[in-house]
Design a protein around this ligand. Structure first.
Ligand code: HEM
Length: 348
């Protein structure tokens, strides 16, 4: 009984401490942590590539890349900013993936990714605006230093050590463990039938936002749900797009209350009561055949990054600062090893 109370108290304390951070705060040892993470990711890509092909340092398994249209809706003034300042259409690529750094059977519990790349975006250095998301509203690591601890635990094949680093209950990461368990237990039969979230925040001009995509025809029965093969997510996605188009609402959630909607801790969900998600664009994925060797190769060679962005939507917070360095290295190394050119190929 005492133990249960103690655990509950620790859990509440860890939640409370999460609410303290307000605006962007860069700790002095953050850049050292980022360099450590970049080295670990590079080493792991090089080691995996000995099997013949260099894959992404995370989200290695693609279900496929599909052509899409991203249509910004006419919006009221407070939402009419950055990419959303003009009601117009962008051609887009969308890559759906599994979260693991290894290619594995789709039946293994894992996060699922959706990465959108808007093409022909003039004011972004990459020429594109990317929106990178997971099928869960929060990420399971708070900051760069914790991500190093997570990688150290993985390196000794003992991820549990990240959640229970020693016998002192004050060091337990129960909040993070709860998030990992929630992510791993989510059941997705078709990547086109899931909701996805940015989890980390981004600039919304002078304010901040998180974003999310939700299938628009949620009430319709899923078209294909067979989960018997190792690659059922790709197969069900193709079966869907063989028959008809798919669509998503693209939504933003504005940061209304600084203390309760932290920028530096992506393990904290921004309450939809305080600020609901608002639809600002519609995504249409036309019926198409993407499951071909040429299209899958094209998909491998693309690079998505939260930092492919116009200044009004620059990524915010420590985890996004980690991603700035790590995605760049991951993409450079895998392209070098595969002797592929690193370019934002349009294909439109
Ligand atoms: C410290 C935290 C993180 C690290 C170190 C990390 C690392 C990486 C790396 C190395 C890649 C491959 C990049 C490439 O080679 O092109 C990647 C891809 C990806 N990450 Fe992260 N990531 C982090 C946080 C996140 C978060 C918070 C999200 C989502 C909310 C996310 C979602 C994705 C997705 C969807 C992809 C696949 C993009 C694509 O389809 O190419 N990651 N990540």
């Amino acid at each position: 009984m005492l133990n249960r109370r103690l655990l509950l108290w620790l859990f509440l304390m860890s939640l409370f401490s999460s609410y303290v951070s307000g605006s962007q705060e860069i700790t002095t040892d953050e850049s050292k942590s980022i360099q450590d993470i970049a080295q670990i990711v590079e080493r792991s890509i090089r080691a995996e590539a000995e099997n013949g092909f260099a894959r992404r340092g995370a989200h290695a398994k693609a279900h496929g890349c599909v052509k899409a249209q991203f249509r910004v809706l006419p919006l009221p003034d407070e939402l009419s900013l950055g990419i959303f300042s003009e009601a117009r259409e962008y051609p887009a690529w969308i890559r759906f993936s599994n979260g693991a750094e290894k290619v594995q059977d789709d039946s293994v519990g894992d996060g699922r990714g959706m990465a959108i790349k808007l093409m022909h975006v003039d004011r972004s250095p990459s020429g594109t605006q990317d929106f990178v998301m997971l099928n869960h509203p929060v990420f399971f690591v708070r900051n760069a230093a914790d991500y190093v601890e997570f990688q150290k635990a993985l390196a000794i094949d003992n991820p549990v050590k990240f959640f229970f680093p020693d016998i002192n209950p004050l060091h337990f990461r129960l909040h993070e463990l709860g998030i990992v368990m929630a992510i791993r237990s989510k059941k997705v039969n078709n990547p086109l039938d899931a909701q996805y979230w940015s989890a980390t925040p981004y600039r919304f001009s002078d304010s901040a936002m998180k974003f999310s995509t939700r299938p628009c025809n949620r009430t319709a029965p899923a078209l294909s749900t067979d989960t018997s093969s190792a690659n059922y997510l790709r197969q069900n996605m193709q079966a869907h797009l063989d028959r008809e188009e798919a669509c998503f609402d693209f939504m933003v959630q504005l940061r209304k209350r600084a203390a309760e909607m932290p920028v530096e801790d992506p393990t904290i969900e921004w309450s939809e009561k305080d600020s609901p998600f608002i639809t600002v664009a519609k995504i249409t994925i036309p019926a198409q055949r993407f499951n071909t060797p040429e299209q899958l190769k094209f998909c491998e060679d693309l690079t998505f990054s939260p930092w492919h962005a116009i200044p009004e939507h620059e990524p915010l917070g420590g985890i996004n600062r980690v991603r700035k360095v790590v995605y760049e290295i991951s993409s450079r190394i895998r392209h070098e090893l595969n002797r592929a050119s690193e370019r934002e190929s349009s294909g439109f």
